[in-house]
Design a protein around this ligand. Structure first.
Ligand code: SF4
Length: 929
């Protein structure tokens, strides 16, 4: 073939007869990258970043071109080897890999019978629907959530399951999910990345840091390992693993001791001016001073009157009050005794004396001068700290977050462009939120719901007129969750009673010494006091029988891995169902695998969020391959089959542990409200978009056709959903988004106990643990007292398990799982690059190829996640070494904002910082591929 002919071959490859707009409906947060899709003869021949996002704010770069290498390869997975095209039923032992193709009729009939068997034997609580980001987008997971809800099944809260919660952020703000838009970082003068590796994990948005540098922003990376992101930074600050709290508190000490703190911001926005009693460590409350006084009325010491003054509850504005931040004062209580009180700031200042730069340096390994430099920069500049999810996955991640947020508080760095911190959020698209409550289709029903929600929040506010709109919605969600109307339950009790974690959680040596009693005592107390009333399910008497996962991968993700699942949960289960477009590791260990349509074969949506501020969609560009079907269709068929089998078996109702009776003989009619909702993906998507326009998320009159034509639409408002309220800032059409401006500009209180950003938690458990104020604590030796610390993070270029089996993408790695080991450690242990090594601890072991690099610290081992267990020699992975510890303090409740609502306050297992040992494996070393 000559040169011209070769060119023609390439041109022919890039001929198409149809184009469409789409994105990838997976949890590659923030995702939502708009793409063009090219189709020829009904086959997708290629995709391309559309590069069509608009400039939002004059002088700030647009987000284009959003995309990544996975996005470029997604269409290849339509024909992947692991694609499942027909319903499969296990033909051998679980995990043996022997399957028989069955009809949808047979698969759904048998599954429906298993569901009814479980209801008859134990009750509906024995059916577990695992909360996952559902790699089929919003329309992948929601139909099954509705099925589970109507059955009375357990739906586990996705934020606990994937442990992307941020308890430190929640403790501080009463919400875990403030998010700044990607382009807002351009306004930062100091941009700090901590616990993140943006070059790997923020591929579509990492360019903003480079652009910001051209704008004069100084960019800092704080990380234990010298990750590839460091070359894009002005400063790389290597910190010892899990010691960020010491570093941040060292910065705070410099800021306070040098008088660099923003006094007005601290007084107004935080609880640090509130008075704390010396005798019991609790805030001074109105109930301390007067009979019948409020427990949630707090006090400051007013410099003008030299007397305690009530901290306003209805506003953050202090009016004429000038609170002292330091000193000690006497206060007479209602029983005529006198106690000494001090502002929380004073106690904080005293605590910070343990974190002078020299002392902090000894803990975190960062030079004292670097700590001083970072502190002075943060105090004098608009500062953003992007704190990656890794921080939340450490045992004391909450202390790290609280300490970083303290630095931002002391320097007045949130609630204005170019400042703040970010976690994650799904917001800006109320359609799905409202649709789950609709009893009919159409706008009339939407307006009825909007009015109903407004009436309910008004009713809640009438009980306390000082409540903000945000607080009333938080309260509404919390009450709904306890009545079974939320989006799930905290899975901590499922794990505790049925998943095999209880024994490890009780090991004192794997917990912090601040846990003074056995773990069991704290769980018992939390239940006895009713702190988790309505959501502490399932109890010990309700063993699981059916496990349903839609687009997730529990076998890869579960802390404790195969060992935990196969030894504890799996033997109790009589039916395991995986709904997925591919054969995941979880599918391999399931009894049924139901083939879902790929996200180019159905209408669905990725998770809309404030990072990108745009709604995008996936579309039915080609027809579902083989016998695969959209999840909407599978769920509908399942409800019809449950109804049919319930009638045939004369199981007409079910009753759960709370006594709630559910009808089963008209189950399909309930699911669709008589054929009006949850019918097919196109119809549901039309309603979601129209409803979101009505709620104010999208421009008035926006339809699914508008979205199809443009590919993306920027949010116009946060609507009615509680996650939108968490952002607490108006959306401006020509400004980047920065949360919390309602708090800083409009002085609207935070949804915390004290109604201010709260750094002092006077819950008795926190006082007992000496965590009432932020502090550093050493990571407990989870997994045993071994010499190496295992850390993790997203795989190189953030390739997830559903992509890593793609041949093209695995070629961008070495083609097999590896662990990164410091070159000095490797030399000492006689390990060469490419050798197979065994990583083990008291829980388990796995083997992987050694990747030798001076980029990791001595004593550190990195096992990036994303590999499928079946890519490892024994199918055991780093997860098999994780005890899945949770912090006992996260069972605390009965205290202001420490109460459950979906996605928010709850115990979540940790996986970082596990202790391991390392040696060259006895097996032959695998070669790089
Ligand atoms: Fe697609 Fe996600 Fe990659 Fe964006 S980041 S291109 S949405 S896979």
């Amino acid at each position: 073939m000559n040169e011209r002919e070769t060119e023609q071959v390439y041109r022919d490859r890039w001929r198409w007869d149809k184009t469409a707009r789409a994105t990838h409906c997976v949890d590659c947060y923030p995702g939502n990258c708009p793409y063009h899709v090219f189709v020829k003869d009904g086959v997708i021949v290629g995709t391309e970043q559309s590069g069509t996002l608009p400039v939002v704010e004059h002088g700030v770069p647009d987000l284009n071109p959003m995309g990544c290498q996975k996005g470029a390869a997604w269409h290849l997975s339509l024909n992947a080897r692991e694609r499942v095209l027909h319903p499969l039923k296990r033909a051998g032992e679980r995990g043996e890999g022997r399957w028989q193709e069955v009809s949808w009729e047979q698969a759904l009939t048998e599954i429906a019978d298993h569901l009814l068997d479980a209801i008859e034997e134990v009750g509906p609580e024995s059916i577990i629907h695992e909360g996952t980001p559902a790699e089929g987008g919003l329309l992948g997971g929601m139909p099954f959530s509705r099925v589970a809800s109507l059955l009375g099944a357990i739906r586990t809260d996705v934020n606990a399951v994937i442990n992307d919660n941020s308890p430190g952020t929640y403790l501080t703000y009463g919400k875990f999910d403030p998010v700044i838009s990607v382009d807002d970082s351009f306004h930062a003068e100091l941009l700090i990345y901590a616990h993140t590796n943006p070059a790997y994990t923020m591929i579509p948005s990492a360019h903003i840091a480079t652009e910001a540098r051209y704008n004069g922003t100084e960019v800092v990376l704080i990380a234990p390992d010298c990750s590839p992101s460091h070359v894009h930074m002005d400063y790389f600050v290597p910190v010892r693993p899990a010691t960020d709290a010491a570093l941040a508190l060292g910065m705070a000490q410099v800021i306070v001791s040098e008088g660099l703190h923003n006094v007005d911001f601290v007084r107004e926005q935080t609880d640090l001016a509130l008075l704390v009693r010396a005798d019991n460590g609790c805030f001074l409350r109105e109930s301390d001073l007067a009979e019948g006084g409020r427990d949630d009325q707090f006090y400051v010491s007013d410099a003008r009157t030299r007397a305690p003054a009530k901290a306003p509850r209805e506003t953050l504005s202090l009016g004429d009050i000038e609170p002292y931040l330091e000193g000690a004062y006497s206060v007479r209580l209602r029983d005529d005794t006198t106690v000494e009180v001090s502002p929380a700031f004073e106690l904080m200042r005293q605590r910070l004396e343990s974190y002078t730069p020299d002392k902090a340096s000894a803990m975190c390994g960062v030079h004292p001068d670097v700590i001083r430099m970072l502190a002075r920069k943060a105090a004098s500049r608009r500062t953003t700290i992007i704190i990656g999810m890794t921080a939340n996955k450490y045992y004391h991640g909450d202390l790290m977050l609280r300490s970083y947020l303290l630095v931002l508080a002391l320097t007045g760095n949130w609630g204005k462009q170019g400042t703040g911190s970010s976690v994650w959020s799904v917001a800006g698209f109320d359609g799905p939120f409202m649709y789950g409550m609709k009893q009919s289709d159409g706008m009339e029903e939407t307006l009825r719901l909007v009015q109903m929600m407004d009436a309910m929040t008004a009713m809640i506010k009438s009980q306390d007129p000082t409540m903000t709109d945000e607080m009333s919605r938080v309260e509404l969600m919390s009450r709904a969750a306890t009545m079974g109307g939320g989006a799930g339950i905290p899975p901590a009790f499922l794990w505790y009673y049925h998943w095999g974690y209880r024994e490890d959680w009780n090991r004192p040596e794997w917990n912090d010494p601040g846990m003074k009693r056995p773990f069991d005592d704290y769980v018992r107390e939390s239940v006895d006091r009713g702190w988790w009333q309505g959501v502490a399910h399932p109890g010990a008497d309700f063993p699981p029988r059916v496990y349903l996962e839609v687009g997730g991968n529990a076998v890869r993700r579960t802390r404790g891995g195969l060992t935990r699942l196969l030894n504890y949960l799996w033997p109790q289960l009589k039916c395991i169902i995986s709904v997925d477009w591919r054969m995941s590791a979880t599918g391999m260990f399931s009894d049924y695998v139901l083939p879902a349509a790929h996200h180019f074969e159905k209408v669905t949506f990725p998770f809309p969020n404030p990072w990108t501020m745009h709604l995008t969609m996936g579309d039915r560009i080609v027809e579902p391959a083989g016998d695969s079907r959209p999840e909407t269709e599978i769920a509908l068929l399942l409800t019809q089959k449950v109804q049919e089998r319930a009638r045939a078996r004369n199981i007409l109702t079910s009753r759960d542990a709370s006594g709630t009776v559910r009808k089963l003989d008209d189950f399909a009619e309930q699911y669709t409200s008589g054929g009006k909702v949850f019918t097919d993906d196109e119809t549901i998507a039309r309603e979601w978009v129209a409803d979101s326009a009505t709620a104010g998320n999208l421009p008035a009159g926006t339809t699914l056709d508008t979205l199809r034509e443009r590919g993306h639409i920027r949010f116009t408002g946060w609507g009615k959903g509680p996650t939108g309220y968490s952002q607490s800032s108006d959306i401006s059409p020509n400004e980047t988004h920065n949360p919390f401006r309602w708090h800083t500009e409009n002085k609207i209180p935070y949804p915390t106990l004290t109604r201010r950003a709260q750094f002092y938690i006077d819950h008795p458990w926190f006082i007992e643990a000496d965590e009432h104020l932020p502090r550093h604590k050493d990571d407990p030796p989870q997994g045993g007292d071994h010499p190496f610390v295992l850390t993790s993070g997203h795989n190189r270029w953030s390739i997830h398990s559903m992509n890593i089996t793609d041949q093209l993408l695995s070629q961008t790695h070495r083609g097999l799982p590896n662990v990164v080991i410091n070159d000095g450690d490797a030399g000492r242990l006689g390990i060469s690059d490419g050798d197979e090594v065994e990583v083990s601890n008291d829980i388990g072991s796995f083997t992987a190829a050694a990747k030798i690099s001076p980029s990791v610290q001595p004593g550190q081992v990195i096992s990036y996640n994303g590999w499928e267990p079946y890519q490892y020699r024994t199918w055991n992975t780093a997860s098999d070494l994780e005890p899945g510890m949770v912090k006992w303090l996260h069972f605390a409740g009965g205290y202001g904002h420490l109460k459950y609502r979906p996605l928010q306050w709850q115990p979540v297992p940790f996986d970082r910082g596990v202790r391991v040992r390392l040696k060259k494996a006895a097996t032959d070393a695998p070669k790089d591929s």
